[in-house]
Write a protein that binds this ligand. Structure first.
Ligand SMILES: Nc1ncnc2c1ncn2[C@@H]1O[C@H](COP(=O)(O)OP(=O)(O)OP(=O)(O)O)[C@@H](O)[C@H]1O
Ligand SMILES: [Mg+2]
Length: 504
């Protein structure tokens, strides 16, 4: 029903799509797979009318179409949930959806919209309150709102750019169930993901891209995870980072009876105490929305605690500014990178050298560097973190999703921090980059950093952590050894069903 033929698109210094052909059948889930920067988002941005291809054609049911804007794409029944969400924070879900229907009359009754949303939300099992303001929604809810926004327009083709990168396993399951129902209703879905497991689970066909070109399109039934990984990278890939245990040193991070509120003003960190020692990774397992985010933000100083205290290498930093904390050796890789960790309109180099958290600009690295040094160090970081960018002067927003994350990681991990808070550090990264992050964190640990790792993915936690703490409803409900044999037990603790762990 949809065909993209011989699509090419270049940006200064990079051919993002090189003669790509791609087709989508009625009611199929077709996955786009490829490393960071392979051209997946670009191809979909062309289909959704955000970019114009340099050459090549798009056909819908055999008819040639010109898609010149997202608005035009929606008119053709094509909708996209982008890698970074686009809801207006102060509007309700329903208002956001009305906003998406620009062409319809301005006097749509919100109550009617709300009704219809509730109906769609029921039909597909996409739970979200139409009256809730977008800024109060969890990541999963925002995504469901974005999907509803598209279904509302009656789209027949739904593009999902790395939807599961921001979801915890339970939410992914719900999303997949919804996708199944959409398929039954005749919707075709283009799905982007780096997680081979789920690609094998949800896809009918898979197209693999490498450096802007199609390597192959295969039927799910005729392939395996190993084959896909090989197609994607061009060689065998196996993440092979073994955890090395080092003798833990003194406590570098101490959190005592910490309480903090979330954006809605509700207590979401409810009396957490923990210690992370030099040379140790403490993994925090939990379903998103149980206080992880607020815990991380409070330790970093973006959120002030209600009560309790935080010590960094013995210094009380409970009320300190972010720059003071950074100066004392604290680094933070937040989960919402585009929103928080980088300034999209600044160059890669500028983002490598300063961070801007809530209008507080914080310089990292040595204070007295001249321009030439900055440029040299940037180039080194770009090389050692394999950041794919035409140059260090390129605006960061032009990088692919995975490469933006590498910029944050390069900045945070290169300053020899004493304490690192890493929230979902490999979200959206391809296998190669993931392995790189694992190695880097492991190196930092061996050098004596204390690492607090927050991750939804238990495999990632087991791979990196020395101990695992489970968070539920703002409290640490127990500790377990970092071992896959505890998966079940952790799962129960994460859901609040079991509350005591094993040894600390
Ligand atoms: N607006 C732009 N200006 C300049 N370069 C761009 C722009 N958009 C994308 N690129 C470049 O095109 C290439 C492909 O990027 P794209 O975002 O399509 O990759 P991707 O496959 O989606 O990667 P990821 O898995 O990291 O999201 C990258 O090298 C990227 O830097
Ligand atoms: Mg992308």
């Amino acid at each position: 029903m949809l065909e993209m033929k011989n699509i090419s698109k270049s940006f200064p210094g990079v051919k993002a799509c090189d003669n790509v052909s791609f087709s989508l059948r009625h009611g199929e889930v077709h996955t786009l797979l490829g490393e960071n920067g392979a051209g997946k988002t670009t191809l979909m941005n062309i289909l959704f009318g955000i970019y114009r291809q340099d050459s090549g054609d798009v056909y819908l049911d055999g008819r040639h179409v010109n898609i010149t804007s997202p608005h035009a794409a929606l008119k053709h029944g094509i909708g996209m949930v982008q890698q970074h969400f686009t809801l207006v924070p102060s509007f309700t879900v329903a208002e956001n959806i009305v906003l998406g229907l620009r062409e319809t009359n301005l006097f749509v009754q919100t109550s009617k919209v709300e009704e219809r949303i509730a109906e769609l939300s029921d039909r597909y099992g996409l739970r979200v309150d139409p009256k809730a303001r977008a800024w109060t929604l969890s990541v999963g809810e925002k995504q469901r709102a974005e999907i509803l926004k598209i279904l509302y327009t009656g789209a027949k083709i739904l593009i999902l750019d790395e939807p599961t990168a921001v979801l915890v396993p339970q939410e992914t399951r719900t999303l997949f169930e919804a996708l199944g129902k959409m398929k039954e209703a005749g919707t075709s879905i283009i799905f982007i993901s780096h997680k081979l497991e789920e690609v094998m689970q949800i896809s009918d066909r898979i197209t693999v891209l490498r450096q802007g070109s199609v390597v192959d399109t295969v039927d799910k039934s005729a392939t395996t995870k190993t084959k896909l990984a090989r197609l994607m990278v061009g060689k065998d890939v196996l993440i092979d980072v073994q955890r090395e245990t080092v003798e833990p040193g003194r406590a570098l991070l101490e959190v005592r009876d910490l309480k903090a509120r979330d954006d809605r003003g509700l207590i979401s960190v409810n009396g957490i105490s923990l210690e992370v020692h030099a040379g140790e990774v403490l993994g925090i397992a939990g379903v998103e929305g149980n206080g992880q985010r607020e815990l991380a933000e409070t330790i970093y100083g973006m959120r002030m605690p209600e009560s309790g205290s935080i010590l960094l290498d013995g210094n009380d930093i409970t009320g300190a500014s972010i720059s003071k904390r950074v100066g004392l050796g604290l680094a933070f890789v937040p989960q919402d990178r585009k929103g928080m960790a980088i300034s999209p309109n600044l160059s890669v180099e500028e983002n490598l050298f300063s961070k801007n958290y809530a209008t507080q600009t914080v310089r990292c690295h040595a204070l007295f560097l001249n321009k030439r040094d900055i440029s040299r160090v940037s180039k080194d970081l770009i090389a050692s973190f394999s950041i794919a960018t035409p140059s260090e002067k390129t605006k960061t927003k032009y990088l692919s999703g995975g490469n933006i994350q590498k910029v944050v990681l390069a900045r945070e991990l290169s300053s020899e921090p004493k304490v690192i808070i890493a929230a979902q550090p490999t979200r959206g990264l391809d296998v190669g980059a993931m392995e790189f992050v694992y190695r880097t964190l492991q190196q930092q640990k061996k050098k004596g950093a204390a690492i607090l790792l927050l991750a939804g993915d238990l495999d990632e936690l087991f791979r990196l952590s020395d101990r695992v703490a489970v968070i539920y409803s703002g409290r640490i409900v127990g500790y377990t050894p970092s071992d896959p044999s505890y998966r079940e037990k952790i799962g129960l603790m994460m859901s609040g069903a079991a509350s005591e762990g094993d040894e600390r």
